[in-house]
Design a binder for this molecule. Sequence first.
Ligand code: TEU
Ligand code: CA
Length: 568
Amino acid sequence: MRARATHLLTRSLTAVSLWWTNAVVYQIYPRSFADSNGDGIGDLAGIESKLDYLVDLGVDVLWLSPIYRSPQDDNGYDISDYRDIDPMFGTLADFDRLLAAVHERGMKLIMDLVVNHTSDEHPWFMESRSSPDNPKRDWYWWRTGRDDGPPNNWGSIFSGSAWEYDDLTGEYYLHLFTKKQPDLNWENPQVRQAVYDLMNWWLDRGVDGFRMDVINLISKHATLPDGQQAPGELYGDGSPYYSEGPRVHEFLQEMHRAVFADRDAELLTVGETPGVSVEQARLYTDRDRHELDMVFQFEHVELDHGLGKWDVRSLNLVELKENLAKWQYGLARVGWNSLYWNNHDQPRVVSRYGDDRNYWYESATLLATVLHLLRGTPYIYQGEELGMTNYPFASIEQFQDVESLNYYRQAVDGMGLDPRLVMSSLQAMGRDNARTPVQWDDSAHAGFTTGTPWLPVNPNYPRINAAAEVADPESVFAYYRSLIALRHADPVVRDGDFELLLPADPDLFVFTRTAEGVRLLVAANVGDDPVESPVDLHGDLVITNYREPVGQVLRPWEVRVHRQEVTS
Ligand code: TEU
Ligand code: CA
């Protein structure tokens, strides 16, 4: 009897203290969300004007992509002042007003913490580069060259070398991303303390936590050795020496002590950890290690990568099911999953893994259902709840994202690839697909701005827009609202044990969630042909994306969730 009582107590403590296990997070990319002053760029006042829309959707937490002062080389992921708002978004007073309005509505707000690197226009870097004996020289990774070239062969994640020569002092500095994003040296305790101070500054201001940008890259192997360089490759792969580095867990536990341990507010931390494995994710999210609440892993959004992001191949459903199940089983007892298809770096999932031409509504809602019925915390990216699609890019001139432009130059000019081939990769996978303005209504520029949007609005906005969908009980928006309500109402959605059925079936994604004598059966037909379900589809129909079920047949992109009593 005692064991059960302890178990129930633990579960109830879990339910209370880990509020975010039952929450849905909504990511806002501010520059593309809503423009209040007609300059064509989204801003804080624009966000504030849409809070009631988000309350109607039912989300619990808002994650804002960076709004700090920035030269915008990487759309704000290059920060030059962590304690100020970039004027294009507004002021600190605007932020305080937005935060109060979010809290008044019972929602929380987390900031995007980018501390693997700063902007090269941050005062810290300006001082560091000024002379080799500047007190902040060691706040970044400076090295002398080798054989008239960079200190090692690492390539930047955004193409080119990961090193930039600075003729002011005749040395190179490390930048895993653009040359305007120099990497901070986390080996230096002064750097770590400066980061903890700015985190405390924002928490003292009332924010409810952080999404932490590439937080698994902050610990480098201090000797910075060359990486493997395949024949024909322009650069070596340094990731074994900067990803999941030797001190990353030490740093995160130190951060927890310095920033979170003594706070009784209900906070949320989610680390963006490209390349992380399930085993490593358990270390990051194990409650007993006091590091992070959850992490974003990337395996399920790299299943269509061939030799890399730009070598696009079609998705294999069996691989997807196997991968999602691995993460469900892997974090079932220790840690917690984040659940996402979309963000500001990924193409729109209805275009990528769905069918945005022939089964737009059905595939958008099927993908939403299979994700939101998994165990973990779902993240909705702005416009995903409307079924927004990739943009029909036709020429390189239409792209704005530095990652895409750098890749195009390196591929075409540096490697002599066919521009048409490179363009097809960018059209499928370019980050600008996720960054076109949110489509609010069918007025000019979809109601995003009264000016000229910084990036064109998708021409399908007359059909796909919030005004039309909020009013339509059979819209993608209405479906997302029902999924969120289901998560809030049904404890089995949060707690239920996951089991994958029919793992080898090439068309059906079928799994169950079981807890407290109840089983939810999720059955999805991921394709264009009707399929007779080999699993008996019985029990109360909880949610579905077709009007009426037809026996045991799942029609194209049909998904059903049945509730069953568990007798055994
Ligand atoms: O992205 C980190 C990351 O893994 C990128 O390589 C991203 O996944 C890639 O663009 C996908 O092809 C984070 C931010 O989310 C991204 O917007 C920033 O550009 C990057 O870090 C640098 O801050
Ligand atoms: Ca604006």
